[in-house]
Design a protein around this ligand. Structure first.
Ligand SMILES: [Zn+2]
Length: 434
């Protein structure tokens, strides 16, 4: 058994994970993560380690195991993935989204890139350590969380709040979404995620005077709400470069010779191919109206009307954005939080960053590595509550023709088997050397 390398079983593990449907509809109606958690725990126990499964609610299962390192005084590293996936509509797909078919060298299925690929790499690498009796340099806490796709209340957030002792001694973490390659200016470049935008989901409630629809109304909640939503939705947020984004754009300029023009960001973004989708929204705050609700009959002016706004804030700007949204909403419109989560940003420097770059170079010498900001969020937000610094590092060397950023939550999600094997080797090198 000891000669089974992580890359030998990472594809099979990824396929088996995809075949366990863990669709997260966000309302608790899905199958939950219990079966996937038992599968992961089984793989861990098979190689002689213990794994703890704990549920935040019936069926909402998380798995954590700790591997002791050579130096118990060194800070621990959390290596984590989420077990849930976003739902998939079968009739839109060209294959069974839970079939995990291996076709043309790719694994097809929901979770192939988000993120049963990385879950499989983590499990394969962990099993490699356990089988050979090798010890990492520091304690490694391997965690597989539920509910990331709905904000993590039943997963990472629950684990951090209710079971903080599991993460004792940990100062850093790695997980999705980074470490993947893109070709920029003809040069293969890996994007390492060192920052995440914050999330502010806001509710607007406009008030007015209820009345008959045939009368003159100067105090109409629907009119007031419509104005607020228009002002917020059309607001032109300025381009603002954080240290991470600046470093990323400077790197792109170096590779392409194209300078960044804040008045016309598309010129440089067009150099990025499909990665522009990930980067474009990290140059500014965004405030998108996403839902309207108000009224109940054609000839009745309602007393109130409601809208939801999805705001994604640059690191450190959550309060600032709220203030501006309040101003734009105007009088007679209450603005409140439905959900909020922090932004993150850490320097693209330090031993862990160096080790991630070295691990990539061990498989792809000479490749460029740049930091970038994620426009969405990950479970690293929850771990940050324990003072743990998180990075996005799920290493994948990708062929240019794959629209990787379009795979996330997309139809016909798929990942090349060779990319997975590459990722398993890089992760193994990282956890061996760091
Ligand atoms: Zn994910």
């Amino acid at each position: 058994m000891s000669d089974v390398l992580p890359e030998d079983e990472v594809v099979r593990i990824c396929q088996e994970l995809i075949r366990i449907d863990t669709s997260n509809f966000g309302d608790g109606s899905g199958p939950g993560e219990r079966a996937a958690a038992e599968y992961a725990a089984g793989l861990i126990e098979e190689v002689g380690m213990e794994a703890e499964i704990f549920e935040s609610a019936p069926g909402r299962a998380n798995v954590v195991t700790r591997m002791a390192g050579e130096d118990p005084s060194a800070s621990a590293l959390v290596v984590h993935g989420h077990l849930d996936v976003v739902p998939a509509l079968r009739d839109q797909w060209s294959v069974d989204p839970f079939g995990a078919e291996l076709k043309d060298g790719l694994i097809w299925g929901r979770g192939a890139v988000d993120m049963k690929d990385m879950d499989a790499m983590i499990l394969a690498v962990l099993r490699g350590f356990a089988r050979t009796g090798r010890k990492p340099k520091r304690d490694i806490i391997f965690a597989f969380f539920a509910d990331e796709e709905a904000g993590g209340a039943y997963g990472a957030r629950y684990a951090v709040d209710k079971r903080p002792e599991l993460f004792e001694g940990a100062t850093e973490a790695i997980s999705e979404v980074g470490g993947f390659s893109a070709t920029i200016g003809g040069q293969r470049t890996y994007l390492l995620q060192t920052a995440e935008k914050g999330i502010s989901w806001l509710r607007l409630v406009a008030h007015g005077r209820a009345g008959h629809g045939s009368q003159i109304s100067t105090d109409n909640a629907v009119t007031r709400l419509a104005g607020a939503v228009t002002r917020i939705g059309e607001y032109k947020w300025p381009i603002e470069l954080t240290p991470t984004t600046r470093q990323f754009l400077d790197g792109v300029t170096e590779l392409t010779g194209v300078e960044f023009d804040a008045d016309n960001p598309d010129i440089l973004l067009s150099q990025l191919g499909t990665v522009a989708r990930f980067v474009g929204a990290t140059l500014q705050n965004t405030t998108n109206p996403t839902l309207l609700k108000g009224g109940y009959k054609h000839n009745v002016i309602p007393e109130s009307a409601e809208a939801l706004i999805d705001c994604r804030t640059l690191p450190g700007q959550q309060e600032h954005v709220l203030e501006i949204v309040r101003d734009l909403a105007g009088t007679g419109v209450d603005v409140s939080y439905v959900h909020q989560d922090v932004s993150l940003e850490v320097p693209f420097a330090g031993n862990l960053v160096d080790s991630m770059i070295d691990a990539l170079h061990s498989e792809d010498p000479g490749a460029k590595v740049l930091p970038y900001t994620l426009s969405g969020g990950t479970d690293n937000k929850s771990l940050s509550r324990l003072g743990i610094t998180g990075y996005g590092f799920a290493p994948l060397m990708l062929p240019d023709e794959l629209d990787f950023t379009g795979m996330f939550h997309g139809v016909d999600e798929r990942v090349p088997a060779d990319s997975l094997k590459f990722g398993a080797r890089v992760l193994n090198t990282l956890l061996t050397n760091y």
